[in-house]
Design a protein around this ligand. Structure first.
Ligand code: ADP
Length: 477
């Protein structure tokens, strides 16, 4: 059993208990894991005030020094990876091997932005007048609100936190109510590396809407970074307009996975398993709609079903398990509804059993003959269900892929180089995996178009959302 972090709010370098607590549960069996302080308005206000107080000194700190602390935090995460991973498995349910991969992925954002803190360059601009010098410097936007989901409790936080701290911003983070322990464990590590009090504040709460809303509405908060549902992202953006706060949004997806007639089918199956089943399908970059060119549909489907059938389902702490439980009963109910709707509208069940809703463990399901009228064509499934549709040719495959209001990621499998480029450019998505089922990495810009969000996280662009450009015009004579 992994040891628990302090289960209180982390404000101004102190652990602050509240009068109310809420229970964090293991998604596998609902067993209580911890009683966590249920942050209230006073916690939020204190955390925002602490972030505002800490901001001027943190901003003045040289970038390389901020980077050094981020690098140390990354190293601490890696040396504690087993303990952190086990904690994540307990509250999120994902297999420990996936949780370890998440801890490494999360630490890689801190390490990446440690470097970016040293490279947050300005510019000199050629002036029209010989008597002027024009320079552009970058300044941190100010205290930031970071709101994160439960599916990648470490990585979604560090992807924001690394960029914010590298830029010189201070933060108040509100982790998802189902998975606050991972964020609290990270705060505990941050304390040990000497990140100053008030730079990182964490307010857990059972009432995400209320506390997240209060945090984002606080006047001292100058930027909001949110990862979660499109519906909530739209509310936050509307509210942010009232105070002209900067906002970046990483929202839902409905990723198409195209397998074209000339694809290497074994590579496509391997890519499909990663793109579909990571975190039991509960990922915004999960392949949601498989679009297969007609000539290879039968062969690809047979190989995919055979591979998916080998995946095992169970408790994430069991080393042999590939798929953990879904996060909660609402997640299960959604999968039950989407599968039942698809079958009622004529989809063919090729693998698995329609879930009954009595367990959170769902073995892989493959449905063929999916049509755009089915709910799972429009909605993010967030579960281990493969929905297959055939396309007559490349043009039809692209049209089907773009038939969604979302645009986070798309995957395409083809051996033809020109086709790779042509199709990737035609797909309406912020990211494209070409013969690749896993695109996320700290060095590359992660983000979407259309209803999948605004802004980019990670990469050299990730720091932009946390900085303002300031232009200085200097008369030298
Ligand atoms: P999911 O369906 O993945 O749980 P949500 O968008 O509901 O996605 O939640 C993502 C994060 O946003 C969580 O931390 C949650 O507590 C928070 N949240 C939910 N509703 C609001 C809201 N109205 N304002 C601010 N944050 C919210």
């Amino acid at each position: 059993m992994s040891e628990l972090p302090p289960c209180d709010a982390f404000i101004d370098g102190r652990w602050v208990a509240g009068s109310r607590r809420f229970t964090v549960r293991d998604p596998f069996d609902d067993a209580p894991i911890a009683e966590v302080t249920d942050g209230d308005d006073a916690h939020v206000d204190a955390a925002v005030a602490a972030a505002a107080r800490a901001f001027p000194a943190w901003k003045r700190r040289p970038g390389p020094e901020r980077g050094k602390l981020l690098g140390q935090l990354a190293a601490r995460m890696l040396s504690a990876e087993r303990r952190l991973a086990e904690l994540c498995t307990r509250e999120n349910g994902k297999p420990v091997t996936e949780a370890i991969a998440e801890v490494r992925y999360a630490a890689s954002f801190l390490a990446w932005f440690a470097g970016e803190a040293e490279r947050s360059y300005g510019e000199t601009v050629p002036a029209t007048h010989p008597t002027q010098r024009l320079t552009v410097i970058r300044e941190p936007v100010g205290p930031c609100a970071l709101i994160t989901p439960w599916n990648f409790p470490y990585a979604m936080l560090t992807r924001k936190l690394g960029a914010a701290l590298a830029a010189g911003c201070t933060v108040v983070a509100k982790p998802a109510e189902k998975t606050p322990l991972s964020a609290l464990a990270l705060a505990q590590l941050a304390e040990t590396v000497g990140i100053p009090a008030g730079v990182i504040n964490i307010v857990p709460s059972a009432d995400g809407a209320r506390i997240g809303g209060r945090l984002c509405g606080a006047p001292a908060i100058r930027k909001i970074s949110f990862t979660g549902s499109t519906a909530v992202g739209m509310i936050l953006m509307k509210n942010a307009a009232a105070d002209l706060k900067r906002i970046s949004l990483e929202l839902g997806g409905n990723a198409p996975f195209l397998v074209l007639a000339d694809a290497d089918l074994d590579a496509a199956v391997a890519g499909a398993l990663v793109a579909k089943f990571r975190n039991t399908g509960q990922s915004c970059v999960a392949a949601n709609r498989f679009i297969v060119e007609a000539p290879i549909a039968e062969a690809f489907t047979a190989k995919l079903c055979a591979a998916a059938a080998r995946l095992t389902v169970g408790r994430g702490s069991d080393p042999d398990v590939d798929l953990g439980p879904l996060i909660d009963d609402a997640g299960v109910a959604k999968v039950v509804r989407l599968v039942a709707d698809a079958i009622a509208r004529g989809a063919k069940l090729l693998l698995g059993t329609p879930p009954s809703g009595t367990t959170r463990l769902i073995a892989p399901i493959v449905l063929a003959g999916v049509t755009p009228q089915m709910q799972l064509w429009r909605e993010e499934i967030f579960g281990p269900v493969i929905a297959l549709r055939t396309a007559a040719d490349e043009a039809e495959a692209i049209a089907q892929a773009n038939d969604t209001e979302y645009g986070l990621v798309a995957y395409v499998f083809t051996r033809d180089g020109a086709r790779q480029q042509r199709v990737a450019e035609a797909l309406e998505a912020g990211m494209v995996g070409i013969n690749e089922g896993l695109v996320s990495t700290a060095q590359a810009p992660f983000g979407g178009v259309k209803h999948s969000g605004l802004g980019r996280e990670g990469s050299r662009h990730g720091i932009d959302d946390y900085t303002n450009l300031k232009y200085l015009a200097t008369r030298i004579a």
